[in-house]
Design a protein around this ligand. Sequence first.
Ligand SMILES: Cc1cc2nc3c(=O)[nH]c(=O)nc-3n(C[C@H](O)[C@H](O)[C@H](O)COP(=O)(O)OP(=O)(O)OC[C@H]3O[C@@H](n4cnc5c(N)ncnc54)[C@H](O)[C@@H]3O)c2cc1C
Length: 364
Amino acid sequence: LAGGAVPADGGVVIALERMARVRALEPGCWRIAVDAGLTTAHAQRIARENGLFLPPNPGAAEQSQLGGNLATNAAGPRAFKYGSIGGFVTGLEVAIPPGELLSIGGAASRDVAGCWLRLLPAPDTRATAVAFYPSTERLAAGVLGVLASGRVPAAVEYLDGGALSAVASTYPGDLPPAAAGAILVELDGSGREVAAAAEEIAEALGSSSLARPLTVTGPRSDRLLAWRESVSSAVAAQAGAKLSEDVSVPVEHLAQVIDAVIELGARHGLQACSWGHAGNGTIHASFLVSPESDEELTRAQQAAAELFSLTIDVGGSVSGEHGVGMLKRELLERQWPGPAVRLHRDIKSLFDPKNLMNPGKKLP
Ligand SMILES: Cc1cc2nc3c(=O)[nH]c(=O)nc-3n(C[C@H](O)[C@H](O)[C@H](O)COP(=O)(O)OP(=O)(O)OC[C@H]3O[C@@H](n4cnc5c(N)ncnc54)[C@H](O)[C@@H]3O)c2cc1C
């Protein structure tokens, strides 16, 4: 999305997909050492087979590699409770110019190079609560209600009216006809913890929802989460393509920015919608375009530029999680004070004084 892996000025691209070994697995100590090319989903499955859990779950888990996850500090829905991948790394083997290898951290008791990840015991119970809302305002009130409940769900996700209608036909249940938005809350923990939290979360969601929120467990919960994951491709299918942004705003501005996405799209003659990780204010704003129309893409980019301005005005970030890369490089100077950009540049040149590693990315 941000062109991180694109050699902008030519150069050498190293593909690591065959460097995908598990170097060490120590389930009793909750840890695993892996090659950088192992996919996220593969590492998650190994953890699960051993009663453990690697929470970070970017939407790209089946394709993305742990090296890429670490390089982008990938997050995803469960970051609300568990944080992003960086918090699970205890050791790294790194190559730095001009070609030196260095090991940082590791598993305290061993001296094996590689990428060491901390795992967690797998929670024994999961549940998902879903609630529908007649307006963005009431949806945002539901999100704030969940935060005020004091419970810490694994994920707090939302779909606005347009995103909801893109996946309405595949919803595994009955959608209330007046629904103009939905919130999904994923809970995990022991059976007792989840049961207690589910009741409070349903109450918090229900104070502004259309009907009593529904809470499901087991395969029904998995089906709901899979339905939520399908939204990106379902939205893209509507016009053939979409320009997707990932701004992030302080949660109290969610309603304002979710509505602004639709207005900005309309002002530029485009259908627009959003969904995302409501708990931490991440808004995947999508402007729908026809893949053949450069002119529509230009209008979508104009709408996105106005969205970035609004985001910065309300104290948000132009990239909540897809990264700065090439697309948002020039926006950093608007979002950050000059000295912050300078510090980033200095840190980069400390590791890479000749600017050989992935030049042309992130820094304006
Ligand atoms: C459909 C979809 C949904 C997504 N949803 C989310 C989400 O909800 N939350 C979220 O946080 N992210 C999300 N993402 C982004 C996702 O986290 C990143 O695409 C992924 O982590 C990048 O991993 P990759 O293997 O694809 O890396 P690449 O795209 O191959 O690389 C990304 C960057 O990392 C560098 N890199 C890769 N491997 C290494 C290495 N071994 N050493 C040093 N540098 C390296 C590359 O040079 C590049 O700059 C989503 C992506 C998709 C496609």
